[in-house]
Design a protein around this ligand. Structure first.
Ligand SMILES: C[S@@+](CC[C@H](N)C(=O)[O-])C[C@H]1O[C@@H](n2cnc3c(N)ncnc32)[C@H](O)[C@@H]1O
Length: 419
């Protein structure tokens, strides 16, 4: 309550309606406000009271146009993100609910929640005198936020659809999905979380079509996954790429759409002493542009006829038949190049590439995302480039959806310093 409203309330009382009490009303209202400010609760404002702008988050829920995925690397980060993004009107789904800090944060923040976890017997360790018999949950007998939350245990992960959409919220859909499935699936592969998100989003859209709720916002996904968080930190939209990495000393993935945008990345990406590979080089136009700016470039394509034609057109470039997925074969092609090129300096014979351009068919459609991710992952691990530029529509769409939570913190600190 502000001093102004307290002042008005006091004035509205009959006793205060004489001029001599005006000043008393003023002093009292200022005193009450000061006390409220100094009370322990006021000294420690809840995160909920901060607005999205104050939290420094790169996304405003009000302005959110399509579904977004915020990636977190730890449970603490996830709980922080929940307090920043989840609103008290939201219906929330949590998969991999451990009924601990994260679930508590959800229930403290949202309007209603469906919390789902798998039935498990392990580990059977004892924490605080209680057996953790079900997954990571404590063996707690008291119901968890019974006024807001429905907790459902499922026999296996495949049953998530029934748990979230048959019965619970089947005709309203969800505003937020919280995902933490590493403990359930036993790995932290980016495509595990991503394919779950894709399927959930699809199912949620069906549920929302039957919904009578007004002004529903696009789905917001908050996911705890180190793997996906790495992707979110490295994946850049070609139009935002200036050649300057966000995270030093790690491979960046630049997603381009169309040949113009794909080739447009060359000036800010390729440096004069770089070894560059293009997979899916076709007739070699892009590879030859790269060749003119790099130490050397190699063009690889799966079609032998195409490679013959490319070599005829650009005799100065090294072309070979190869398969983008067979990374050992790509390294053998590089060895072959070294043998023929009579390179003297050891540095120039470094195995692997500084930059890899990827333009193989089938990775652009909406169903090519998981293939694109697995191809980029294998090229990234086998060839250790500084940057991979991929021509893929679905990858570029992903780059607009994925936001690492740490970035919002960095942007916030940057703004605070400049204010
Ligand atoms: C769109 S074209 C590439 C155009 C070229 N990058 C350019 O900028 O001029 C796609 C090429 O990918 C090749 N391709 C498809 N699958 C491949 C694979 N698994 N490995 C290597 N090349 C592949 C096709 O033969 C085709 O020539």
């Amino acid at each position: 309550m502000s001093s102004f409203s307290i002042y008005n309330s006091l004035l509205s009382m009959r006793i205060m309606k004489t001029p001599r009490y005006f000043s008393i009303a003023l002093i009292l209202s200022l005193g009450i406000t000061t006390f409220a400010w100094l009370s322990p609760e006021a000294m420690m404002p809840t995160r909920r009271s901060l607005t999205t702008i104050e939290m420094g988050l790169p996304l405003s829920r009000q302005e959110q146009k399509d579904y977004k995925i915020i990636t977190c690397s730890s449970s603490n980060e996830l709980a922080d993100a929940i307090s920043g993004y989840v609103m008290d009107t939201d219906i929330v789904a949590e998969l991999g609910s451990q009924l601990r800090e994260v679930s508590t944060q959800i229930c403290e923040t949202c309007k209603a929640a469906v919390l789902v976890d798998i039935i498990r017997k392990f580990p059977k360790t004892v924490v605080g005198g209680q057996k953790r018999t079900h997954a990571m949950r404590l063996n707690n007998t008291t119901p968890f936020y019974p006024d807001k939350a429905t907790f459902i245990e499922i026999p296996s992960l495949e049953c998530w659809r029934q748990a979230f959409f048959e019965g619970c919220a089947q005709d309203t859909g969800y505003d937020v999905l919280i995902l933490d499935v590493n403990a359930i699936v036993g790995n932290d592969l980016e495509w595990t979380s991503l394919s779950l998100v894709q399927q959930f989003e699809f199912q949620n859209q069906i549920a929302r079509k039957q919904s009578t709720r007004l002004n529903v916002k696009p789905l917001l996904v908050l996911v705890k996954s180190m793997g996906l968080n790495q992707w979110a930190s490295r994946l850049v939209h070609a139009r935002k790429w200036k050649g300057q990495p966000d995270v030093a000393s790690s491979t960046h993935i630049v997603a381009a759409v169309g040949v113009h945008e794909y080739r447009g990345t060359i000036p800010c990406t390729v440096q004069t002493d770089d070894a560059v590979l293009e997979v899916g080089c076709h007739l070699g136009t892009t590879t030859s542009i790269i060749e003119s700016r790099a130490a050397y470039s190699i063009g690889v394509d799966i079609g032998p006829k195409i490679i013959r034609e490319a070599q005829d057109r650009h005799p100065e470039v090294f072309f070979r038949v190869g398969n983008a997925w067979k990374t050992a074969g790509l390294l053998r092609i590089q060895q072959e190049y070294f043998t023929g090129a009579r390179i003297k300096a050891e540095k120039e014979r470094k195995i692997g590439f500084d930059v890899v351009y990827v333009d193989v068919g089938g990775l652009s459609g909406s169903d090519g995302l998981l293939e694109a991710i697995s191809l980029v992952s294998s090229l990234w691990h086998a060839l250790e480039p500084r940057c991979i530029v991929i021509k893929s529509l679905c990858m570029q769409r992903l780059s607009s959806k994925l936001i690492p939570y740490w970035k919002s913190q960095k942007d916030y600190q940057h703004r605070m310093r400049n204010d």
